[in-house]
Design a binder for this molecule. Structure first.
Ligand code: NDP
Length: 289
């Protein structure tokens, strides 16, 4: 007996990048689709930079409901989209595209994912807080922008490369009301006693260099400094291990990764995301990697 009500045409979403074979986002999205009974598929599609424009044209023709962008396409995709959210424009990068009829709209959920983790997993409202941010790359831009929009009192950006750090600081100062200071990373960076939140948004500690530790000192830090890491592989980085040893609260990079996916899922499907299913699927996939 054939059930004629079954719909055989799946809705499609994808991540475009190069490389994409190791990207675990699809595992949590597919787990979420299954848990919600949605006939959706998430594909990892390798796209070389020279083919990005053609790939976006294909996304339109094939009716994809949304995409994620990863290295190296987060900035170069912008000219091929119809519109950007104000946050994506401020960040200058897109990691998620949603469809509004025929229009492709660029969003950035990296910083929003971090913020949601801060609130939900670390029970911390960033409003009025003083933040030390290590790094000035893509993740740092997204995190800094969302923290500023959430009303932090002060942001110190610490970066090894002077130009990248100064450019980000100048950009945020010119385009927001924020109080932002740049501090060159010259020797050991001492986290001062008035900092409320420390975020590592560099790639220090990322697999396969999972023993690397940012050159910082927590000796002067206050006893409830919240230490956050954007690095999610390994989940417990040397920085988070040090913070835990000192009894400080921590927030890992898995939290940011899960919530950026949660926000993307909800943008694409309009359905409330099954957060715990997504978190479990991702943790399992990474533990098997
Ligand atoms: P980028 O390449 O854009 O930026 C890298 C940053 O790390 C730069 O500020 C760079 O400084 C700094 N850095 C790298 N190596 C060193 C070092 N040895 N000493 C000092 N600084 C260093 O990368 P992204 O911003 O895209 O990613 C950064 C991290 O965030 C990665 O580990 C990535 O996996 C993670 N991430 C996590 C997400 C999540 O959902 N959890 C989402 C996105 C990213 P300089 O300018 O001096 O080169």
């Amino acid at each position: 007996m054939v059930n004629m009500a079954i719909k055989y045409q799946a809705s499609l979403v994808a991540v475009l990048g190069q490389p994409v074979a190791e990207n675990p986002t699809g595992v949590m999205q597919e787990a979420a689709f299954a848990a919600c009974g949605l006939n959706w598929r998430y594909l990892n599609i390798e796209v070389p930079p020279a083919q990005l424009q053609a790939a976006i044209a294909a996304i339109r023709v094939l009716g994809f409901r949304g995409i994620n962008l990863t290295i190296p396409h987060k900035v170069s995709v912008i000219p091929f989209l119809d519109e950007l959210s104000s946050e994506a424009r401020l960040i200058g990068a897109v990691n998620t595209v949603r469809r509004d009829g025929p229009r492709l709209i660029g969003e950035n959920t990296d910083g929003k994912g971090f913020l949601r983790g801060l609130r939900q997993d670390a029970a911390t409202d960033p409003k009025g807080k003083r933040v030390f941010l290590l790094g000035a790359g893509g993740a740092a831009r997204a995190i800094a922008t969302e923290l500023i929009l959430a009303g932090i009192a002060h942001l110190t950006i610490v970066n090894r490369g002077l130009e990248r750090g100064q450019t980000l600081t100048a950009h945020l100062t010119a385009n927001t009301q924020a109080d932002v200071t740049f501090q060159p990373w010259d020797g050991t960076c001492v986290i001062p006693s008035d900092a409320d939140i420390l975020v590592n948004a560099t790639s220090i500690g990322l697999y396969p260099d999972g023993k690397a530790m940012p050159d910082i000192s927590l000796a002067a830090a206050k006893s409830d400094l919240l230490v956050c890491d954007a690095v999610f592989n390994p989940a417990v980085t040397p920085l988070l291990a040090l913070a835990k040893d000192r009894g400080l609260p921590v927030l890992d990079g898995l939290s940011m990764l899960v919530y950026q996916g949660v926000i993307g899922f909800e943008m694409w499907t309009g359905v409330k995301a099954p957060e715990s299913v997504m978190k479990e699927a991702l943790a399992k996939a990474l533990s098997q990697a």
